[in-house]
Design a protein around this ligand. Structure first.
Ligand SMILES: Cc1cc2nc3c(=O)[nH]c(=O)nc-3n(C[C@H](O)[C@H](O)[C@H](O)COP(=O)(O)OP(=O)(O)OC[C@H]3O[C@@H](n4cnc5c(N)ncnc54)[C@H](O)[C@@H]3O)c2cc1C
Length: 482
């Protein structure tokens, strides 16, 4: 009898689950065949990784854009699939705008910026970087074999084993303060970057979010040429899964435990198919999928941790703009030079912090006619922001409105969701790899969640689940700079 697995959602979490399931299955000496079906409401693979063509020569990520070389699944998969990376543009400048003035600007000259940064922020950058590396090292234990590597049935257990639990209980501000990171560095650099990463301030988000932000700030990052979603398409392809894409047949509306064993999966077009296991790789906090699972299931018992009002998602507009920043917006003379990229930071106290009209405008390319390609992150409608922030004539080349990532407030460990939502007597289960997003939201953590889900299923079917990361027992970590 084949094992039939339904995966809901073709983002990082769903496609990585399929990929790792297939890899695990291939390593079993004797086992049932494995059929995987991926349901996806959109006509494309990638979820929140979405690259668009903005001009003949440019592709821009409107969703997830970077990952670290220490993110083993993303980085090593890109290398294994021979995907080239986008070339970094060198020497760009950054300005931190507080609504009234540029609090700090870099010059693009690495050594000079280092000296000026040291003068302004003292030892805070080093202290912050050390704290971030400590947290990252703990997270990367998730790749290990043995007890620290799981598989884990719940996020709380996972975080406890990695010694990450304490980080989610305190705000970024409180934690960084306790590590001796100065207020100025916190507000200007860490909070500025945290707004770009998670649209959240340090007081309202927990410390793990801030430390992830810092890791991206100081680490060695990559973007796949042609779009990060290529990795997820390749995962799906190599998994041999049946792809059911598009509204109607691809949108899952119901997952229901069958009387005997296994689960029904119903789609918007009314079709019902039965499976041995279901992996729900979508954010449940704002998804309309109904889960009809027994009253004794972890899902029913811990339902409140899956849909807490505090984890509403940040509504964010990501916009590709071709044009030039307008000096008048910054109350500067028309011929003034501006930094290449601008981050909107909170002003120094006692000036009150107001919701910023935009989080960041980052320059990605300059065209021969002197205009540039910018990526604008804003919670305000993009047309409104573009009209004031850019010189007349600027054009919106593409825009996408996201439910981007959850609000990440300091959280009591008992409020983090389970990963195993239900189990039947035949080794089948409903799993939720997206549980990880309750703690932070990255492509890598979604893939770590996918790998964990694959191993949980394999384990419940008596498979050997140790070894083989990411592409066979001989694989060695690629040397990563962090
Ligand atoms: C603007 C932005 C910038 C970001 N920047 C970064 C970054 O630089 N680096 C980084 O690592 N991360 C970044 N992230 C976060 C990252 O994109 C996510 O954490 C990650 O992609 C989540 O993957 P996922 O598979 O869990 O969810 P998703 O990517 O959301 O995938 C879920 C999929 O399920 C589908 N779906 C939903 N409901 C149903 C249904 N009922 N039936 C069938 N299919 C359904 C959706 O269409 C989607 O394709 C960013 C996110 C955004 C929005």
């Amino acid at each position: 009898m084949p094992k039939r697995v339904a995966i809901v959602g073709a983002g990082a979490g769903g496609t990585s689950t399929a990929y790792f399931l297939r890899q695990l299955h291939a390593r079993q000496s004797a086992s049932d065949t494995l059929d995987i079906t991926i349901f996806e409401v959109h006509d494309r693979i990638g979820g929140r990784a979405l690259a668009v063509n903005v001009s003949e020569e440019r592709v821009l990520e409107l969703g997830a854009s970077i990952f670290l070389t220490s993110n083993r699944i993303m980085y090593e998969s890109a290398l294994a699939f021979s995907f080239p990376f986008v070339e970094e543009s060198e020497g760009s400048t950054l300005g931190l705008w507080d609504g009234a003035q540029f609090a700090f600007q870099t010059t693009g000259k690495g050594w000079w910026d280092t000296i000026r940064g040291a003068w302004r922020y003292g030892t805070s950058p080093l202290r912050a970087s050390k704290a971030s590396q400590e947290a990252a090292t703990k997270f990367f234990r998730s790749y290990q074999q043995g007890p620290k590597g799981g598989p884990f049935r719940g996020l709380e257990q996972w975080l406890a084993v990695q010694e990450l639990l304490e980080y989610i209980t305190v705000s970024g501000k409180a934690f960084l303060g306790s590590q001796g990171v100065g207020e100025l560095y916190q507000r200007e650099i860490v909070e500025g970057a945290n707004r770009v990463n998670y649209s959240q301030d340090l007081t309202s988000s927990h410390s793990l979010a801030a430390l992830i932000t810092l890791a991206a700030l100081s680490g060695d990052t990559r973007t796949v040429s042609g779009g990060n979603a290529r990795i997820f398409s390749e995962f799906a392809k190599r998994s041999g899964a049946e792809l059911v894409l598009g509204p109607g047949k691809g949108r899952v509306t119901l997952v229901e435990r069958r009387e005997e064993s296994g689960y029904w999966v119903e789609t918007e077009d009314g079709e019902r198919r039965d499976f041995d296991a279901v992996v729900v790789a979508v954010p449940l906090a704002h998804n309309a999928i109904r889960l009809l699972l027994p009253p004794t299931s972890p899902y029913t018992l811990r339902r409140s941790t899956l849909y807490p009002p505090s984890t509403t998602f940040v509504e964010l507009h990501s916009t590709a703009v071709i044009g030039q920043l307008n000096p008048a917006y910054f109350e500067l003379a028309p011929d003034s030079s501006l930094p290449d990229s601008v981050i909107f930071i909170n002003p120094a106290p006692p000036t009150p912090s107001l919701p910023p009209p935009f989080h960041s405008a980052t320059k990605h390319h300059t065209y021969p006619d002197g205009t540039s390609l910018y990526k604008l992150f804003s919670t305000a409608p993009p047309d409104q922001v573009v009209a004031s922030l850019f010189l007349p004539g600027a054009k919106v080349a593409a825009t996408k409105s996201w439910r981007a990532y959850p609000h990440l407030p300091p959280t009591d460990p008992s409020e983090v969701p389970p990963i195993v939502l239900d189990e039947d007597s035949a080794g089948g289960a409903v799993l939720y790899p997206g549980a990880f997003e309750r703690v932070f939201s990255t492509m890598e953590s979604a893939c770590v969640g996918g790998r964990n889900a694959a191993r949980l299923l394999g384990q419940s079917w008596g498979w050997v689940v140790d070894g083989g990361f990411p592409d066979g027992p001989d694989s060695k970590p690629v040397k990563a700079k962090f």
